[in-house]
Design a protein around this ligand. Sequence first.
Ligand code: PMP
Ligand code: GLN
Length: 388
Amino acid sequence: LSARLQGFGTTVFAEMSALAVATGSVNLGQGFPDYPGPPEVLDVARAAIGTAADQYPPGPGTPELRTAVAAHVQRFRGRAYDADTEVLVTAGATEALSAALLALLETGDEVVLFEPMYDCYAAGIAMAGGVARPVPLHPPAGGVGTWTFDPEALRAAITPRTRMLLLNTPHNPTGKVFTEEELELLAGHVLEHDLLVLTDEVYEHLVFDGTRHRSIADVPGLRDRTLVVGSAGKTFNVTGWKIGWICGPAPLVSAVRTAKQFLTFVNGGPFQPAVAAGLALPDAYFTGLAQDLQYRRDVLVQGLAEAGLPVISPEATYFATVDVRPVQPDGDGLAFCRALPERAGVVGVPTGVFYDPEHAHLGRHLVRFAFCKSDAVLGDAVERLRRL
Ligand code: PMP
Ligand code: GLN
């Protein structure tokens, strides 16, 4: 393993999913739905297989999908992006993020981001020769409300070497939706220090209780220095399709495209028309998706609470967070997750793995559970958690 990748062994998702299979446990670890996507989307993919769509699509993505992405952004954010020059289709959000980091960072450039953080960020920054400068998010007191950060810690993380802010809202693993005020505070630093912004918004539609997702790209002055990443995986329950996209000003998108050309060149031929059809679904599809997940969140949050685990109910995403200390006196979330298949037949993911090792103690006692699961599976999980 190269020096750049030291410390990035196997992802925790692989370890925990393998543990779930080996022990016959209910897998609430890796965040993927166990129910299908909308038939309007699946049918288009089925029909595309066996046609010319099986061959290499155009490098930046099919014109049809790029136009659909731009129209979707216009509909939900009210902003215009040029489908030819400001939209790029990628192999999932993961490639959009890696390609953007590879395209925009020089060796030693620093990236400010919040932790806990989705696991591909630290590795993506390291592969691009950059340096991550994490700012901790703190759980809400008593488990109620949103996660917060210390504005002074943010200020202190920005140095003359800072090149980029990497934001994720709605946020994995916490389920936090950054508020308008927080985005404005961040935007102030971005403008003052002349930074680029890479914002991962793959959970844009999975927001609950009337909370509103905002893109930092829409704060005045930021559009032309911000790349916004989206993905079909979460919005259409097709995480294995790996169709993502990135939108931003033409020079930045062109740079990302240069990197993408040599990572995968193109991807997902028959899935591109299907995702284009999905992005054009009526508003009711997207609100229905959120309502359905909100119900699943409530089932799991209640089940976890009844199992004696203090829960932080998320504002968005697929994930709820618990404090394991009442049932794991040493407060070790990783040990709890490794023993949970034996103790209760359930798998979760320790939140500690989403931190820089130096700060992992901040999330040591926390564990993330996914609720994007069918009624039967959630019911079974809640039943099993009672054994704790
Ligand atoms: N960003 C976040 C915050 C995620 O949670 C995920 C996937 N779970 C991704 C990116 C990756 O998305 P994709 O599967 O489209 O690569
Ligand atoms: N994003 C999903 C999660 O956080 C899946 C991640 C993965 O398997 N790489 O669980």
